[in-house]
Structures are given as C-alpha cells and as structure tokens.
Design a protein around this ligand. Structure first.
Ligand SMILES: [Zn+2]
Length: 276
C-alpha cells in the first residue's frame, strides 16, 4: 500500500514482486507504468515522438481510436491521442514519458467505447485477432459476408497472448489476491480483467471485460457501469452472471443475482450531479 510511481499511481494491497501474469491477476497499476516508461524511454527510439508513434501504431492495431465497422449507425471511434495532442497540451519538445504516464493504465487522453473493450476481450480470447463486429439475431447455415470472416491480426505476435490469457484466468480463478475471485463460475473457466475508471465528476466507473470458456471461447463481454465504483464490485458480477446464463441457460448463484438487482447507482449519480 502507498507505493507510488510516477504521477501518484498507487498500488492496491498485494504481494510483491509480481510477474506479468500476476500483474493482471492483481491489477497492478505500477507494473504497467514501469513497462510503459521502459517503452517510451527505450534508447532504440531517437525521440519521444518516435517511441510514442510506435506505441500508437500498436494500440491502433487492436482496433482502438477508430471505428470497427459495426453495422449499426453512430459508432464512435473513441480517442487515441497523437504527438500533436501532447504538443498542444505541453508544447513541442516539452513533454516526456512521465507526462503521458496515465496512458499506461488506460487513462488520460485515451478513450474507448464498451464495443472496443468487448472486441479487445474477443481478440485476447482468439489469441491475437478480431473479426469486424456485427449484429445478428442468430447464426444460420448460409455463408456470411466474407468481410465478417476476415481475421484482423494485431502487430503483437500471437505467441504473447497466452500469458495474457493466463493472467485473466488468474484474475477470476487465482484465489485470495484475484481482483474478481468472488465471481468465479463453478465449472466454467471465465477469464477477465477489472477496471476502475477515475471520474472527476463523482463516484468511479466500474468496468470489467471477460471471455469464456478459456479454451474454445464462446462469449466475450464488456460491462461498463457508471458511478458504480470498483470494477470487481459491480461490473465483474454482472459479466459473470451474463456468462453463466449464456453458457448454461440458467443462473444458479442467486445471492449474486439478488445483490445486483438490489444495487442502486442512479441515486448516487444524481446526488453528485446536484452537488456539482
Ligand atoms: Zn501494484
């Protein structure tokens, strides 16, 4: 606790040191800040602009900062900052890795939609590629439009996705230090990652992305609950119940279901709006 790196990034209570898989299991912000700084400050890049552009190209290959091509109107591209974004904020030549460290944990000038996060979960479930998302009522035998069968690979080698899957498996099934251990589904290997989005206007937003089962996955989900607090507290159980229902046709964990049904975030949100 109270362990800081960079701009006030703090760890939750967890054992230390951590390896990559455990960083996902226990959601260690400091870990990602160190990795991000090591990329941005890598001497193989002649300048922060070059390093940042390389990082940006990789992030873009995961579908972020662009429309994915969904077949319903008004899809949002989200936000992926450019070198110019930071030149405008800080001045040309006046920013460095520490100035943009929030990007390491998905905050600051980056913005994603729930669709981007669900697509990200599917991409990890697929160990390195995604299909253009589209809306279907059900799948019949006729061949779909070929554009929905094209695999979009990221720039990250597919061999690196196994450890990510391991980490997301541990985040749900790894025992005491897992951020979403209490929403483990008996008999189903769900993999997930919690998120807690800072909100300058009030209570934090609760975020969770997941897929299941771990092998031959059938469903990927992103849950984003405004003003609900920790990702593990609310978004994770919602995703877990949806996964259980989708894969088994029923919800056996009535205690979790009832807790969600009785949860009330609207009052919290509207109270904050009044106070602002
Ligand atoms: Zn940590």
């Amino acid at each position: 606790m109270g362990y800081h790196v960079g701009r006030g990034v703090e760890c939750h209570a967890h054992p230390s040191p951590l390896d990559f898989r455990q960083s996902i299991q226990m959601s260690c912000n400091a870990y990602y800040c160190y990795v991000f700084r090591n990329i941005m400050d890598n001497p193989k890049y002649p300048s922060i602009d070059t390093a940042f552009n390389q990082w940006r190209t990789y992030v873009q290959s995961f579908g972020f900062g662009q429309k994915l091509g969904l077949d319903i109107p008004n899809e949002s591209a989200g936000m992926l900052p450019t070198v110019r974004t930071y030149d405008r904020i800080h001045g040309d030549g006046k920013w460095k890795s520490l100035s943009i460290i929030s990007l390491a944990i998905g905050q600051g000038e980056i913005g994603t939609t729930p669709l981007h996060l669900a697509n990200f979960a599917a991409l990890i479930a697929n160990r390195g590629y995604y299909y253009t998302p589209h809306v279907v009522r059900n799948v019949v035998n006729e061949a779909p439009d070929p554009k929905y069968k094209e695999k979009h690979y990221t720039l990250v080698d597919t061999s690196h996705f196994g450890p990510v899957v391991d980490g997301m498996y541990l985040a749900v099934n790894g025992g005491a230090h897992s951020t979403a251990g209490w929403v483990r589904i008996p008999g189903i290997d769900m993999c997930g990652k919690t998120g807690t989005a800072q909100n300058p206007h009030g209570e934090k937003h609760s975020v969770f992305m997941s897929f299941a089962p771990r092998e031959n996955p059938k469903i990927a989900i992103a849950v984003y609950m405004e003003n609900a607090g920790w990702g593990g507290s609310w978004a994770a159980p919602v995703a877990s119940l949806m996964t259980e229902y989708y894969l088994t046709g029923e919800v056996k964990r009535k205690a979790i279901e009832n807790r969600i049904k009785e949860g009330n975030f609207m009052s919290k949100a509207s109270r904050m709006k009044k106070n602002n």
